[in-house]
Ligand binder design. Structure first.
Ligand SMILES: Cc1ncc(C[n+]2csc(CCOP(=O)(O)OP(=O)(O)O)c2C)c(N)n1
Ligand SMILES: [Mg+2]
Length: 823
């Protein structure tokens, strides 16, 4: 237990004279003001328990159901965090602090914002209904200033670490405004979230980066969804955090229990509780005073002082004493938070009770438990809330509404209103310098485009920040890093350079560096990209993050990628190498399904260019697309181009002969829209070959071979199956909605073909990535691609084996022609 201190936690709290906010100046102790503050906080704590429970009750029992589906909500999980969140939001937090709230405590968060005037009653009433407060806090779907979305447990926790790293990045570059103090990144963590491996990946990475300004507050209720957690875990967490350089503050006993431990029999009582298995403790919490009495009498009855202690407490008082854990003791919690006045990462292990204050407190099955009508009625009576006043902010509290209103209006966290920033857009030139080489892979082209950007001072180059999970060199970021350096809070020499060991890589580290090097953990890559990609909103600083990894390992971090996109973070993901085209280096490193991820992942525009001139056009567009925010003209915006998003580039190490052509504005438009006829079909053509990405030479070769037999056959280059597909769906929707003239790019592309033409599609990835093209205008499709795991081999062998070589394409063309004759 930390020693209580009376100094202020950090900065600006308590300038106001209102109801206690000014009370914590240690030079002028003011017990009256402190008592007033505590009284307000205790009232608000009660109100949060009520409102969060009621919001869930209303959604489940009072709002009419039209579909018979369970609505749900977590009254017990919410109750567990009420005290901790009361202390944080209504006293400790400052506007610059950012919080990831445990997903199933979302009702408490919304209730807090409701009391602070940032959430409407209507949205509270529509908790979990369309347009209402979301089941889990959502940056994009909730309207009450959620800092980090949560839902997939563990990710929000880790996100705070990376947000802090990003804060360091923008702060050390001098980009935070003078009125922008650094904030704390706070995670409110369910104890079972600590089972998620990504939490430890983030801990390790944080240690490497000298993490600061992070608080993880663990809601240690010793229950997960299914069960009470193992006793043997006790003690593990402290040492884990300690090893990683964190301060660990354990909040175990509240003031009442601490006082009881001081009295006669206190030592025995403490030992008994410390030794009590989690399951028994939980069961007794649920059973209440009589059960506590029975167990204490039989286990400790002979200890001096215990009998008297039991006699002094009736059943209700005994239950209150025995459940007086620190995580529900406002004073203890405030003291602990307020004692911290530095930026060392701190983990608070706060003992709590799941469902505290509710009838199913401690019951092992309470995760999805809801109070029934009768239980709710008596809870309402206990809270003194008259019928009809359930949503009234101050009903049933024993302080005057004006006092509470005054307190709330001076809460530091709310002092600045909305805490979201908007950042200026960085100008992006329409053309990025195109690397000159007759033969190049897209991966090499990517490295050279960035290297060229690194050479000159430009606003674009200044705001690009690259990152990679230990594949910086092998994804061709080396030249960029050589010029722009690695980010580190402290300047460090490149030892190899200092020792004059010859190396192509010069890894100078300093706060000016623009590459953040990560260990091999793809979850961390995506969480960092998520945090970097929210910098404009979290810190008001525009960054253009570029992250590289091997394409197959997207799946390793897929949930974190989805999480970043769900929050509308903006980044460029460069995945290379990809597909079986990795060849001899392949085997386990060959990706198959990533084109389908690109197609289906919301918030991510996926591209698979074949040639470096296409890549340059896509990157220039991408840096702009990443900065769009929905402002501007939206009519006909089928691809959500006004809204913007993140970008995924699927690249390759296979060198291809470049085309040496001019990229006209029209060709550029089509590359970005998703495809163009690299060899246009004759009107009414009976066959078209369609390819995406690195298999271009096979497609071109097969097309050459076809022309004798089918002079009109076209060859369609697909640069983004994702955007072609999105455009098609959007046009369909527009027509369904009564706009008959709506027409998407892919429909226009395929229009010249005969209605019964055959399509042969080709991609180094799952064939379903392109086979849907047949549905656009009803063409029959022969789809070539890779459906089974790759293996090592050269491209001749692999392409033949997996049937994406010229011979396979010609076989497919023949089959398409035959199929057409059959129709
Ligand atoms: C990645 C992921 N897996 C599973 C779930 C389903 N789930 C929601 S809450 C929960 C248990 C949470 O327990 P804890 O974190 O201790 O929170 P408590 O409810 O005890 O406060 C689980 C398994 C989820 N939300 N995310
Ligand atoms: Mg728990």
């Amino acid at each position: 237990m930390v020693a209580p201190r009376l100094t202020e936690a950090g900065t600006s709290r308590g300038r106001s004279e209102v109801a206690g906010h000014a009370s914590r100046d240690s030079t002028q102790p003011d017990d009256g003001a402190e008592a007033a503050r505590l009284a307000c906080l205790k009232a608000l704590e009660r109100k949060l328990l009520w409102l969060s429970s009621w919001m869930i009750h209303n959604a489940n029992h009072l709002r009419p159901s039209r579909d018979g589906l369970k609505v749900g909500g977590h009254q017990a999980s919410s109750a567990s965090l009420v005290t901790l969140m009361t202390a944080l939001y209504f006293s400790v937090l400052r506007p610059q602090d950012r919080v990831a709230v445990k997903p199933h405590a979302s009702p408490v968060f919304h209730a807090i914002q409701y009391l602070l005037g940032n959430q409407s009653r209507d949205r509270m009433e529509r908790f979990r209904a369309f347009g209402g407060a979301q089941s889990y806090p959502s940056r994009t779907k909730d309207g009450d200033d959620v800092d980090f979305s949560t839902g997939s447990v563990g990710l929000g926790v880790a996100m705070t670490s990376f947000a802090s790293l990003v804060q360091d990045y923008v702060s050390l570059k001098g980009w935070l405004g003078a009125d922008q103090p650094e904030g704390r990144m706070v995670a409110l963590v369910g104890d079972a979230e600590l089972d998620e491996g990504n939490v430890y990946e983030a801990l390790l990475e944080g240690w490497k980066h000298d993490l600061r300004n992070v608080w993880w507050v663990i809601d240690y209720n010793r229950q997960s969804l299914d069960a009470v957690v193992s006793d043997r875990l006790f003690g593990r967490f402290d040492s884990l955090f300690d090893t990683m350089g964190w301060r660990v503050v354990t909040l175990k006993y509240g003031k009442k229990l601490q006082a009881a431990f001081e009295g006669a029999g206190g030592e025995a009582l403490r030992r008994w509780i410390d030794d009590c298995p989690n399951s028994l403790y939980s069961a007794l919490v649920f059973q209440g005073g009589a059960a506590w009495r029975r167990h204490l009498t039989s286990d400790l009855g002979a200890e001096p002082g215990i009998k008297a202690l039991l006699e002094r407490h009736d059943d209700a008082a005994l239950a209150e004493l025995m459940t007086n854990l620190a995580g529900h003791d406002l004073e203890t919690v405030l003291e602990a938070f307020e004692a911290i006045d530095d930026d060392r990462p701190t983990c608070f292990i706060a003992y709590t009770i799941k469902g505290f204050g509710l009838p199913f407190a401690g019951h092992k099955d309470n995760h999805a438990g809801l109070m029934n009508e009768a239980q709710m009625a008596s809870f309402q009576a206990e809270n003194g809330i008259p019928a009809g006043q359930e949503w009234e902010p101050f009903a049933g509290l024993d302080l005057p509404a004006e006092t509470l209103e005054a307190y709330l209006s001076a809460v530091p966290f709310n002092a600045k209103g909305s805490r979201r920033y908007q950042a200026q857009r960085v100008a992006v030139p329409a053309d990025l310098a195109l690397p000159e080489a007759p033969r190049m892979s897209t991966q090499e082209g990517f490295g050279r485009i960035l290297a060229e950007l690194a050479r000159a001072e430009s606003p674009l180059a200044e705001r690009i920040v690259t990152t990679s999970p230990d594949v910086t060199v092998s994804t061709n970021l080396g030249a960029w890093v050589n010029r722009r350096g690695i980010f580190d809070r402290r300047p460090r020499e490149d030892v190899f350079k200092a020792e004059r060991v010859v190396s192509a890589q010069r890894w100078m580290m300093s706060p000016e560096g623009q590459h953040i090097e990560l260990g091999i953990a793809e979850n961390n890559l995506f969480l960092l990209l998520g945090a970097l990609g929210l910098s404009q909103s979290l810190f008001g600083v525009r960054l253009l993050p570029v992250g590289t990894l091997y394409d197959p390992f997207i799946q390793r971090g897929l949930d974190a990628l989805n999480y970043a996109c769900y929050q509308d973070a903006r980044f460029m993901l460069v995945a290379t190498p990809s597909g079986i085209t990795l060849g001899p280096e392949g085997g386990a490193h060959q990706s198959i399904s990533s084109p389908l991820i690109g197609l289906a992942q919301d918030g991510l525009a996926a591209f698979e260019p074949a040639f470096v001139d296409e890549l340059a056009a896509i990157m220039a567009w991408g840096f702009d697309y990443m900065q769009r925010d929905g402002s501007g003209e939206a009519a006909g915006d089928w691809l959500r181009d006004v809204h913007g998003g993140s970008v995924y580039l699927r690249l390759s190490t296979r060198p291809l002969d470049q085309l040496g052509r001019e990229i006209t504005p029209e060709l550029r438009r089509q590359i970005i829209a998703g495809g163009y006829w690299i060899r246009p079909p004759a009107p009414g053509a009976e066959l078209a070959l369609v390819y995406s990405g690195v298999v271009a030479p096979e497609a071109l070769g097969a097309h050459d071979a076809l022309l004798d037999d089918m002079p009109g056959a076209g060859l369609l280059a697909v640069t983004s199956a994702d955007r072609l597909n999105a455009g098609w769906h959007a046009a369909e929707r527009a027509r369904q909605g009564g706009i008959p003239e709506a027409r998407s790019h892919v429909e226009a592309l395929l229009a010249p073909l005969a209605p019964d033409a055959g399509l042969v599609t080709l991609v180094d990835g799952h064939p379903a990535g392109l086979s849907w093209l047949g549905s656009v205008r009803g063409h029959r499709v022969q789809a070539l691609g890779v459906e089974h795991f790759g293996q090592s081999g050269d491209l001749d062998d692999l392409y033949r084996h997996y049937r994406i070589d010229i011979a396979a394409i010609l076989d497919a063309c023949a089959a398409a022609a035959l199929q057409r004759l059959d129709m």
